[in-house]
Design a protein around this ligand. Structure first.
Ligand SMILES: *Cc1c(COP(=O)(O)O)cnc(C)c1O
Length: 364
């Protein structure tokens, strides 16, 4: 670990692998696919996807074609599926690289069918049915039209029929059962190999939500898929910043932009090289806490682009010193706790982790 890095993101790939195993153990269907869109939720697809593959993950989902091509260079043999489907001009590269589009509309089905015909061979695809998310996928009318004209699927080798849950992290919400029932009603009517409904939280809604294939992202990266209950998942990331300076501030001063924190007693303030450009939320201004060893210290003043100030007045003398690393996310401050306090969701904390962070990957 370089002493010159201002801020460090440590990604525990062993924990990612253990989380994959934990989800597999909780899942009664045939296979758990790893969702590695958005650069593996900000953690780095080049490290995360091969680690998952080493753990036995053989099917991956990404959002875009560019992500699929990048993943194909990393993992020549795995199954790669693309949530956004295939766009005009991408068909040949998809087929050549054995990338499976999720077909979300009648237009995408027509495009893929035409390409299969041009190639003279069947091409694999998933089909997305909308059961309530109203974002992607065929609605009920389109499903009926397509089922009435099965020739429109000629040359398309249907792998998974999938749908996506809108409120899976809230088990008490009746919309889960509405979507499950709608999916169970229509999905088996298609000539596909397998059915897929559950995301991370969907796996923990119980076996009725499992079907054959789970598509799991955020739980692999350490977020609790069962909010409000003890997490079945291990923490994956540690976000740390290095103390640049410790200063004494007397009672007449304020700290940082906007002068939002007024010291009410003679204080010592440590300035840490970690800011919102690194992904530490602005919303943690005057609200977050950090840890130096086992000591909890409050964030005071506004989080700025490159710097965050913490109040170290109550720490033992000499503990807070330039060069020391302060933990902002980790075992003490979980990704869920930080997201909750910042009034956001763990997904935005993960995908917002900055480019400038020094990234360290731990394998077990
Ligand atoms: C992102 C995504 C997932 C993964 O969701 P998590 O909550 O991160 O497990 C699954 N399915 C679809 C359609 C997605 O867009």
């Amino acid at each position: 670990m370089s002493d010159s890095a201002g801020a460090i993101l440590t990604v525990d790939l062993g924990a990612v692998r253990r989380n994959y195993r934990a989800v597999c153990a909780a899942f009664s269907g045939a296979e758990v696919a790893g969702v590695v869109k958005a650069n593996a939720y900000g953690l780095g697809i080049a490290a995360v996807a091969p680690a998952l593959a080493r753990e036995g993950c053989a099917t991956f989902f990404v959002a875009t074609a560019a992500e699929a091509f990048e993943l194909r260079r990393l993992l020549p043999a795995v199954g790669i599926h693309v949530f956004d489907g295939v766009q005009p001009g991408e068909e040949a590269d998809f087929a050549a690289q054995r990338i499976v589009p999720v077909l979300n509309s009648l237009q995408q089905i027509e495009l893929w069918r035409a390409h299969a015909r041009a190639r003279g061979r069947a091409l694999a695809a998933d089909l997305h049915l909308d059961t309530g998310m109203a974002r992607l996928g065929l609605d009920r009318d389109e499903q009926r039209r397509l089922l009435a004209h099965p020739d429109e699927l000629t040359g398309i080798d249907l792998d998974a029929i999938l749908s996506h849950l809108a409120v899976a992290e809230d088990p008490a919400n009746p919309m889960n059962e509405d979507q499950r029932a709608a999916f169970a009603d229509v999905a088996p009517g298609w000539p596909s190999r397998r059915l897929s409904l559950a995301n991370s939280s969907g796996v923990f809604l119980g076996e009725a939500f499992h079907f054959d294939l789970a598509r799991v992202g955020v739980a692999l990266y350490g977020a609790n898929p069962t909010p409000g209950l003890p997490s079945p998942i291990a923490q994956v990331i540690k976000l740390q910043g290095r103390i640049l300076q410790v200063r004494s501030v007397d009672a007449a001063r304020s700290v940082g932009y906007g002068a939002t924190h007024r010291v009410s007693r003679p204080s010592r303030i440590a300035t840490v090289a970690l800011g919102y450009a690194d992904g530490y939320p602005l919303a943690m201004s005057n609200l977050g806490t950090a840890f130096l060893d086992s000591h909890e210290i409050p964030v005071v003043g506004r989080v700025s682009m490159d710097l965050t100030t913490v109040d170290v007045t109550d720490l033992p003398e000499g503990l807070a010193a330039p060069g020391r690393l302060v933990d902002f996310i980790g075992e003490n401050n979980t990704i869920d706790a930080v997201a909750g306090r910042a009034k956001t969701i763990p997904y935005t904390i993960l995908t917002g982790l900055g480019r400038r962070l020094q990234r360290i990957y731990l394998e077990d």
